[in-house]
Design a binder for this molecule. Structure first.
Ligand SMILES: NC(=O)c1ccc[n+]([C@@H]2O[C@H](COP(=O)([O-])OP(=O)(O)OC[C@H]3O[C@@H](n4cnc5c(N)ncnc54)[C@H](O)[C@@H]3O)[C@@H](O)[C@H]2O)c1
Length: 346
């Protein structure tokens, strides 16, 4: 590729370059958390815009920048990639047979600032969301965890089955619940999961009562997961922003977040509400990256009840997008496009 060109990858290209390879995505997501904890990744808080306004949402846009350095990083020459994901969701797409989430991702050279790749990123979003939840479950759950319950069988929910089986190979049973039982049944029937029993269930309290780990990824607009439905030493992972009731967090021995400023600043998050009311304190709410990197403890007792709340990390998107770009270059996938023939002014 010439310096004035970048690689364009449509969704099919992104798949060919590895976007649906769960072990690859999990490895990149985990490495990104470690590198961020070590200070060689930058993950500023995302900026969001709801249209026409917060109370009448039709469309939702989010700008998510990040810088992925590596161990050679220095202040004079930058390694790795800078980038931004432009994530969007449209409510009306559901009735017009378009995906609700439409994400695009730009990768730039961190030194010249030239674009090197632009790609479709909704699969990267869904895969890294499932990976992030699975990492939360892996690092925060009891060592003897055998049963998980996935709540919400949408795009993220179906990928969560692969993510948790991959990240937690000792799991023996996974329950999948959705408000629409038929959806849960069809998602479970989509694939074989060797070594683990995966079952769609019609009752949420019954399934959560048997689960060591409960992961929620629903499109619910109102909190529904109750503390009384859960085991007293369970791990709860919340990926949908409004899935869990405040009482779940109020009863937790430890609340962990993916990014404190994002989660505590988001008006729909229960962490935000409880932080504003003085029930949750920043110094008692570690970010998962420091637990993954071994800098702070996660679960401190097998009797603890632990919750992890996530709103999503741009650094995971950009790290995975950058690897996809590298894979695509090696395999000759994608189309090169010019930024200019010659820049008009220097
Ligand atoms: N934290 C993150 O990093 C991150 C990233 C992307 C998406 N998300 C969130 O994850 C959630 C799921 O995303 P998706 O793309 O899979 O959505 P989706 O629309 O594909 O699926 C959502 C599913 O939730 C089900 N559902 C709705 N209310 C429910 C309830 N009360 N109980 C059980 N099931 C219910 C729906 O029937 C649907 O099958 C969304 O809230 C999304 O905003 C989080």
């Amino acid at each position: 590729m010439n310096k004035n060109e970048f690689l364009y990858l449509q969704q099919e290209d992104v798949i060919k370059a590895g976007a649906l390879d769960m072990p690859f995505v999990l490895e990149e997501a985990e490495l990104t958390l470690k590198r961020w904890a070590q200070g060689i990744v930058k993950n500023p808080t995302k900026v969001s815009m709801r249209l026409p306004d917060n109370d009448h949402e039709q469309s939702f846009f989010v700008a998510m920048p990040a810088y992925i350095g590596n161990e050679q990083d220095s202040s004079t020459h930058l390694y790795g990639a800078a980038g931004m994901k432009w994530a969007a969701e449209s409510i009306s797409n559901v009735s017009s047979r378009l995906p609700r989430g439409i994400d695009m991702l730009l990768v730039s050279d961190p030194n010249t600032c030239l674009p090197v790749a632009f790609m479709e990123a909704s699969l990267i979003t869904a895969m890294r969301t499932a990976a992030s939840a699975a990492l939360g479950a892996k690092y925060l759950s009891r060592k003897d965890s055998k049963t998980a319950c996935i709540v919400g069988a949408g795009i993220v929910g179906r990928l969560l089955i692969s993510a948790v089986t991959c990240a937690m190979p000792a799991l023996e049973q996974i329950y999948v619940y959705d408000l629409n039982y038929e959806t849960a049944k069809s998602v479970v029937a989509e694939k074989e999961y060797p070594g683990v029993k995966v079952e769609a269930v019609p009752s949420l309290p019954e399934a959560t009562g048997k689960a060591d780990v409960v992961i929620t990824a629903t499109s619910a607009r109102k909190p529904f997961l109750e503390y009384g439905w859960l085991q007293k030493n369970a791990t709860v992972v919340q990926m949908g922003p409004t899935d869990i009731k405040d009482e779940v967090l109020l009863n937790a021995n430890k609340v962990v977040v993916d990014n404190w400023y994002q989660v505590s600043g988001f008006y729909l998050s229960p962490v935000h509400k409880l932080y504003e009311a003085g029930f949750i304190k920043q110094e008692e709410t570690p970010e998962l990256r420091f637990i993954v990197d071994g800098q702070v403890p996660g679960r401190e007792s097998e009797d603890d009840f632990v919750a992890y709340c996530s709103l999503g990390l741009a650094s995971m998107d950009i790290a995975i997008g950058y690897k996809i770009y590298e894979n695509a270059l090696t395999k000759g996938i994608g189309v090169t496009l010019p930024v200019w023939d010659a820049p008009k002014w220097l």
